[in-house]
Design a protein around this ligand. Structure first.
Ligand code: TRP
Length: 356
């Protein structure tokens, strides 16, 4: 198994992911899914259409859904630690607002589960420095930092992520292509641990990546959607902010609206977002707008976004009136995660003969 993803291993992963989707439909109760987000600010519509709605769908199918707040991951590159509490509780509010139900799903923060972090020690012993150096995300970070200034937690974060996945026996991990190597690493660690310490018997399950089939949407400026680029529609934004940011989106000078992602990426991206809100195809939307130009695209997009996000925003506002409730939801999720992590760590120490 390769830790870098070429086209061939991507095809294998795609096939596996499709089979997994069918198996989930047939027997949702056999699956535990783990997904997570770094608490770096409010979630946006890229998250909503790319992953959040899928989490709710899985939850409603009857999959045991674990939602991880990867707060330790933010300490690799953030220098304003005092914001973390608001960001974490804001994330809980985002989750509940979109319909993740804490009575069905487990929302937890990995910093609060000491046992997960303890798994990292044996896991680190199973991974080579060279393997981490070849991990695409680590490699990229290494290049960005000029190498020498990268900290060791950043270097080992895919191993930490493997602990996030493996501690609870998750067999489904929804990811985009960029995160596939991390799932591959988790599979590898599971296999190596089982081989070395458990006579090849599966103490750890090998998780399968569930690739998103949502169309990729870009930020309003045509670059990757990201809060820091100021090109994202946050779930938490109000209607006026939404209108403002949509109206500032670059388009082109052609009056007649067509859906043509290659030749007209900006307009086409707006049409894609619009179509996700209205459940029509982007071409049908383009057809309807016809000669009315990009102003009309933006008018419709603003309206559709505000319409689609209204119930989510209302719920979110209500939830934020009672932050203590958000803390309680998180504490309950932490507790469930901790119970499972403690059992896993027990079995790990036993299989490593570290019971005295
Ligand atoms: N690295 C993920 C991101 O940046 C967040 C994450 C942490 C995660 N641990 C995970 C995702 C485990 C899936 C599984 O979005």
């Amino acid at each position: 198994m390769s830790l870098t993803i070429n086209n061939e291993s991507f095809e294998v992963a795609t096939r596996r992911s499709r089979e997994l989707e069918t198996q989930i439909q047939d027997h949702p109760e056999r699956f535990r899914m783990l997904t997570g987000d770094r608490p770096t600010g409010p979630l946006h519509i890229g998250h909503l259409f790319g992953t959040l709605l899928n989490r709710v769908r899985m939850q409603e199918l009857g999959v045991d859904v674990f939602v991880l707040i990867a707060d330790y991951q933010t300490i690799t590159d953030r220098d304003a630690p005092e914001r973390i509490r608001d960001d974490v509780l804001g994330l809980v509010a985002d989750y509940l607002a979109v319909g993740i139900d804490p009575n069905k799903a487990t929302i937890f923060a990995h910093s609060q589960i000491a046992e997960i972090n303890q798994l990292m020690l044996p896991f680190l012993s199973l991974v080579g420095v060279g393997e981490l150096q070849r991990n695409p995300t680590v490699k990229e970070e290494f290049a960005v930092s000029g190498g020498s200034s990268m900290n060791a937690l950043m270097f080992t974060y895919p191993v930490h992520q493997a602990a996030d996945i493996l501690f609870c026996g998750a067999n489904v991990v929804p990811v985009g292509r960029d995160q596939l190597p991390h799932v591959e690493l988790a599979r590898l660690i599971a296999r190596r641990f089982n081989d070395r310490y458990n006579s090849g018997e599966p103490l750890f399950l090998e998780p399968t990546a569930l690739l998103s089939n949502a169309p990729l949407i870009l930020g309003l400026d045509g670059r990757k959607m990201s809060k820091s680029r100021n090109n994202a529609i946050a779930l938490a934004m109000d209607e006026d902010e939404t209108a403002r940011i949509v109206s500032a989106a670059p388009t082109d000078a052609e009056r007649r609206i067509t859906f043509d992602p290659v030749r007209r990426p900006e307009v086409s991206n707006l049409l894609s977002i619009l179509s996700l809100c209205t459940d029509e195809t982007p071409s049908a939307v383009a057809e309807e707008i016809g000669d009315s130009g990009s102003r009309e695209v933006k008018r419709r997009l603003t309206e559709a976004l505000n319409e689609r996000l209204r119930p989510i925003r209302e719920r979110r506002r209500e939830l934020l009136k009672d932050p203590a409730h958000l803390s309680i939801v998180l504490a309950r999720g932490d507790e469930r995660a901790r119970e499972i992590a403690a059992q896993t760590l027990n079995r790990v120490l036993e299989s490593m003969h570290m019971r005295y």
